[in-house]
Structure formats: C-alpha cells, structure tokens
Design a protein around this ligand. Sequence first.
Ligand code: 3PG
Length: 395
Amino acid sequence: RGIDELGDLRGQRVLLRSDLNVPLDGDTITDDGRVRASVPTIQQLTAAGARVVVMAHLGRPKGTPEAKYSLAPVAKRLGELLGADVAFAADTVGESARKTVAALADGEVALLENLRFDARETSKDDAERGAFAAELAELGDLFVSDGFGVVHRKQASVYDLAQALPHAAGLLVRAETQAFSKVLDDPERPYVVVLGGSKVSDKLGVIDNLLEKVDRLLIGGGMAFTFLKAQGYEVGGSLLEEDQLDTVREYLTRAADRGVELVLPVDVVVAADISADAATSVVPASAIPADQKGLDIGPATIELFRGKLADAKTVVWNGPMGVFELAPFAEGTRQVAIAVSEVDGTSVVGGGDSAAAVRQLGLDEDAFTHISTGGGVSLELLEGKELPGLTVLES
Ligand code: 3PG
C-alpha cells in the first residue's frame, strides 16, 4: 500500500519511520546518503499538507540517552536538504515530543530524538514493544514506513506501530523492494553477482541462496582468501576463516554441479601492513608471500571481472574488493564499481560498504540502476528471508 492510498493527508499527523542511521565524526555526518534518500517521501507528505513526525535511530545505544547518539546533527542536515525548518524533539514520547508535535502546522516537519534511547523500542518482549508503539501512536494519526535499512528488525517503530495505526510504505521502501525483487525473482540473464567484504561468514546465507539463481559469482575482498585457501593456495597473512573452509569447499562443488561459474581473484595487491603509505606489490593469487596480506584484487583480476561483467544483463554487487578506504587498496573496488555501472541492464548495489564506496570514491551514483540504503537488510533480502517490517505492511 502506498501513501496515495492513505486518503487526504491535509492536517493529518503522519508518523514516518526513516532510516537516518548515518556515520558521524563528532557532530559531522560523513556520509549523508540515507538522509538524502529519506527526503522524497517527506516532501511528498509535506506537499500533501501532512504534519510529518519523523522517527529514527542512530547507532546502538543501550536504551538510555547518550549524547553521542543524539539525532540533533541529523535534524540540522535534514533541514538543509529540505530547505525548511525541522523541529527537533529532545525525547521520543515525552513532553518535548508532545509539545513539538502539537506545535506543527500543516506541511511542517519534526524529528524525534533517537528511538533507541527507550529500551522498549528494541525489546524482545512483545508487550514492552507494544506499549512503546502505543505511546508513539498517540503522536500521530497515520504511519508511513520508509526506513528500508531497518525493515528486517522486529522493533516497535518498524513492526508494532504498523499494527497500531493505518499504514503505508514510503517511496524509498517501495523503490528498494522493487529493485530487489527484480533481481531476485525475475533477473534477465546473464545474471552476475559480485561479492566482497571481509568475512565469508557474513555472506553464507547469501551465497547459499544465490548459487541457485545466478550464472556467475565473482568473489573478491577479504572473503576471497578463504576460497583461495580451500582451493589449496597459501594466503600468507591475509584474512582467513579456517572454520569456514569445509563450507566453502561445498560451495565450490555446488557451483560446479549447477554450472555456476565461480570466479576468484587471479592476482592480489599485497602489503605487510594495512596503512595508507604501505609498500605494495602485485602477486599471483597462487603465490602470496607468508609475510604479506592480500588487501585488494590485482589488475589481472580487474580485467577478468570486467570481462565477466561485460555481457551481463543483471548485476548485483555487495561488498568491497579490498580495503578501499585506503588509497593503495582502492583500485579494485573502484574499477569493479565502474564496470558494474557500465552494465547494459539492471545494476543494483547492495548497500552498506559498497554503497559507501561508490560515494567515497566519487563515482557517478546515477550510473547505477539502484544503490541500496540498506546494510544488514540487503543481505537478508539476498538470503531470501521474509522481513517482519515488510510483512506487517501487508496486513
Ligand atoms: C543499518 O545501519 O544497517 C540500519 O540502520 C540498522 O541498524 P541496526 O543494525 O543497528 O539495527
């Protein structure tokens, strides 16, 4: 159900769950991608004359207020992006929230303080969450769910509130779910998935699910070394998850049985240490020196991956190819991102570090079909899981 189906919004108080969980350095937002992504839904609501009460979390505080997790800097940035004042309530369901909401005129926006300053938001106890949702529900007439990054969480502002108020999905949640369902349920072929990131143990469910669907699986990043080791190579000081070797061997067998091309790095950029001025060299993946760590894919692998992406009609990319935050190890991620963006078909960046990499490396965001704002939620979708925050919207 979309916002259009909520009826006339003029004068209605709309509780809007957004995902504004952004990285902060002190008071400075270092990547405002999620704040920007929340804007179109807010604008649609204000244009329709609603009084918008935005609810969000920041970080993982332990259920009590902590200054470093305050959403105050986010309220400021949101106001800049909207070109309008955003009233900031210093609490979530207390006096400040009630007064702030009562003072809103039609078309105005308020942001409540971090929902996770109240332990009931994330409680495992249905009654506790329900009680918090009931208090939130007093601040609004309608609920719009647009925090795509949190729809995998069974939390009061994501799940229980949808049971307490008439509700709809916001534009971001709709765009994200449509992008994922296209690549998961109806991919044009060849269908290529590029996986990276440090740990294979974070991606087991994803590999399990995707091995049934894709034509090619390209693997880079720290997780590649467990695959290389499983193939009998020595990986020096590179990241290695010994306890996943059997699982990875099984993936290699399953890929072969199913005719899925599983493509691993053929060369890697190595250094003795992870630092911005590290002395690097490129070595074959089969000859990583014992005292070196693999920290990026090498140039031959970039070419190999480019070739495997060239004729793709659907690509999903999740996880960087190396330690892209440091210049000596950024090239693999940069070149793979460019190759993904050049695909003549659907290209979806699966959120988290890969979406951050696109922005930090200054790449053209519009060149991709979709860049997800999700982190953990993107992985759960790629794992094929049902998500409580989406299921509840269907009721
Ligand atoms: C995220 O950063 O992935 C979302 O905001 C969810 O945060 P959480 O993992 O702390 O629930």
